[in-house]
Every structure is written in C-alpha cells, then in structure tokens.
Design a protein around this ligand. Structure first.
Ligand SMILES: *Cc1c(COP(=O)(O)O)cnc(C)c1O
Length: 398
C-alpha cells in the first residue's frame, strides 16, 4: 500500500485520496487494512546496546504507538508539506492549552481574537494570567490593523475563522504577515473547516489546532484534539507535549483515524446540506439573518472564497424579535435537531447563544434571538419539515 522506492516518485495526490492512503503500513499489519489498537506502556529492548542507544521506533507508550503513528502520518499528509509534525491530545481544549503553554513564558503578551472559543479565553484569562502572561482581545475583522495591538513582548496571535457562534471571517494571511514581521507566531483553531477546507499552514499559520472531537471523529463518540505545526513551531509543541505528559487513549486514537478516512465524503455532505438549509432559512419570515460565510450575501464571503475551499455544517441564524418563550417553544418542538453542545457528528443540533456573555473587545448586536445550527447527515427535506414545525410553535408563542 505504501509507496516504495521501486514505485518511483509518489504522484501528487488529491487531499481526498491522501485521506484514504496516508498512514497505512499494510506489511507491518500482516496485510490488514487498519492498524491494531495498540494498548501499551512498556516497550522492550532486545539487547543492552539497543537500550543504551534508545534504538527502536517506539520507546514508551506515552511517546507513541503504531496506532498513534498511523494517525499522525495521515494527518501530516492531509496538512501538506508545511507540516513538520502532528501532536495528539485528549481533547480540543487540551490541544489549545498545550499549544499555548508551548509558546509563552512569564512576561509575555498574547493576542486572541474576540470570537475565540470561550474555553480558550478562560484558559488565557485564568491559567495564563496566573503564570504571568497577559492576554488582550482584538476585533476578528481587524485584518492588518492588528499591528496597532502589538507590544514589544507579543509572542503569538490566536485566531479562529469563522468564529464558532458568530461566524465572522478573519483575514488570517494579513494577520500572519504582521505577526511574522514582528517575530510572533500565529495559532489557528481550524476546527470549523478542518485542513480539508482551510489549509492554515499554507496561509501563514504556524500552529493549527483541531478539536478532533468534531469533524475528524465525526460520530459524536470521542473527545480528541490535534496540534499540527510547521518547522518553526514544531519544537515548541513537542516540548510542551512531552513536559506536560499529554497523550490519548488507544481506542480514541483508532476512532479518530477511522473518522479521518471518511472526512471528505462527510464534509462534502455537510457543506451541501448546510448551504441548502442556510438558503432556505434566509427566505423564512421568522429569520432576520443567516450567519454563514459561504452565502454570497455574508460580509465574510470574499475572505471565505479566497482562503477556504468548502464550508462545514455549522452556522447561526438571527430570529425576528420574539419573547424567550417563543424561542423555547421552537427548541421544544423540533425533534431531528437535538439540543446540545459540540458539533461535527452525523446528527443535527440546535443551541441558543449570546456572545455578549464573554466578548470584551467588540459588541455583539444581532438584533434578535440567536440560534446555532449544526446540519447533520439527515435528509434536508426532513430537516426543513422539522424546523417548519418549530417555526409554527415559535409563531404561536410570539
Ligand atoms: C469544541 C471546540 C473546541 C474544544 O474541543 P473539545 O474536544 O470539546 O475540548 C475547541 N475549539 C472549537 C472551535 C470547538 O468548537
């Protein structure tokens, strides 16, 4: 299965092909397509000489197994040639905290976009603050204007595009240019698009993070995170991973790899169904606005079109002004849209949100109640019918 010397140079494969072929070592697996779920701590050395020389592909369970190696190789192939390595962590938040701890020291300053995932902010405002690192927040629409927020001790800028509730698009290449000119690193939470639809490392990002709990796993059955880094940042990431002792359980590693194999077909479906639902919702009288960067009318559309090759199934809507009981009637009526946190699985979800509960650099004035939707793999006709029932209950209670 793996390309060998005698096959000649490996052809440039499309990302969807790499998702299927990468990280497979058929011979080592005695012909089986998938790697075994290796449960292990101790790795034995055959001779004293091997032990002294730390000879061997694996040294200790925490540092890697044949299962983690397969996943890391597959993710590296997906990220592309800029990727120097991929670290595995037990959740998306641990990927973020580990990456941040790898790049900051006491006395440093960190810039974080105002629409960042809320637990990212909590980590900065509580843990990093305690360690003597100051965080300040910036408008996600700032672009090259980020320059004004730099201080002599700014070491990194953290971005997330689009924001996972409000869906503004950030000009990541413009921010990366400013950051690199000042010797700072760029960290991107790329969970919404995945490396399949947004090639962060090719757009100036040094460290690209996935809450693999979402689309990589894809089945709402694991907690998982990954940190991909370029040559500049990889040493900092591996140091943090080793010093903090971060690793993940073998079943979750296996499930992340299994999810990765079907990422291209699932995301294509999320993209298509998500956009169809977004366009349908934009026509509904109960909806004021749809926040989805792949819609031509969205303020972030030009950046999305320039920097991304697809959209996932997560977006938000602003409803017409209505009392809370009308919104709750909608939520209590829908059946295919489950009410719950997280996203990226096969199932549709809906959740109300209010960015004003945590934003500090920008005001959030949507002008009506806001709902975030995840469009799963169900038929869009069924999903529309479900929301139609929800809207009937919303109107009855308005
Ligand atoms: C869910 C999520 C995370 C955190 O992932 P967990 O696996 O839940 O820790 C980080 N960033 C974004 C954008 C997310 O949606």
């Amino acid at each position: 299965m793996n390309w060998s010397e005698k096959d000649g140079e490996q052809p440039a494969l499309a990302p969807s092909t790499r998702l299927v072929t990468a990280g497979r070592d058929t011979q080592a697996q005695k012909g089986f397509v998938n790697p075994p779920v290796v449960r292990g701590s101790t790795v034995l050395y055959p001779t004293a000489e091997d032990l002294h020389a730390h000879r061997g592909e694996f040294s200790y369970g925490r540092h890697g197994t044949p299962t983690t190696k397969a996943l890391q190789q597959a993710l590296m192939a997906l990220e592309g040639p800029q990727c120097a390595g991929v670290a595995i962590t037990p959740s998306g938040v641990s990927a973020i905290s580990t990456a941040l701890l790898g790049v900051v020291k006491a006395g440093d300053h960190l810039l974080v976009c105002d629409n960042a995932y809320r637990p990212t902010r909590l980590f900065c405002d509580q843990m990093l603050k305690r360690l003597g690192v100051e965080t300040s927040y910036f408008d996600p629409l700032i672009g090259a204007g980020i320059a004004e927020h730099f201080r002599p001790n700014t070491v990194a800028v953290m971005v997330e595009a689009p924001g996972s509730q409000s869906f503004e698009m950030t000009d990541i290449p413009a921010i990366a240019e400013v950051a690199h000119a000042r010797g700072a690193l760029v960290i991107d939470d790329n969970t919404w698009a995945t490396p399949l639809y947004h090639r962060s490392l090719e757009q100036g990002v040094d460290i690209s993070i996935q809450a693999a709990t979402k689309y990589i796993g894809g089945h709402s059955d694991i907690m998982f995170g990954t940190i991909s880094a370029n040559q500049t940042a990889w040493g900092k990431v591996t140091d943090a991973v080793r010093l903090l002792g971060v690793c993940a359980g073998p079943d979750d590693v296996f499930l992340a790899l299994r999810g990765l194999r079907t990422l291209a077909v699932r995301l294509a479906h999320h993209h298509k169904s998500g956009l169809e639902m977004a366009r349908w919702l934009a026509q509904r009288p109960e909806v004021q606005r749809v926040l989805h960067p792949a819609l031509e009318t969205d303020p972030g559309h030009a950046i999305w079109k320039r920097d991304f090759t697809g959209a996932s199934g997560l977006f938000s809507i602003v409803l017409k002004q209505a009392p809370q009981k009308a919104v709750d009637a909608l939520l209590d009526t829908v059946r295919l849209f489950g009410m719950g946190y997280s996203w990226g699985g096969f199932e549709s979800l809906v959740i109300p949100f209010d960015c004003n509960t945590y934003r500090t650099a920008t005001k959030w004035n949507p002008g009506g109640p806001t709902l975030r939707l995840h469009i799963g793999l169900e038929s869009v006709d069924d999903l529309k019918a479900d929301l139609e029932r929800g809207f009937a209950a919303f109107n009855a209670a308005s």
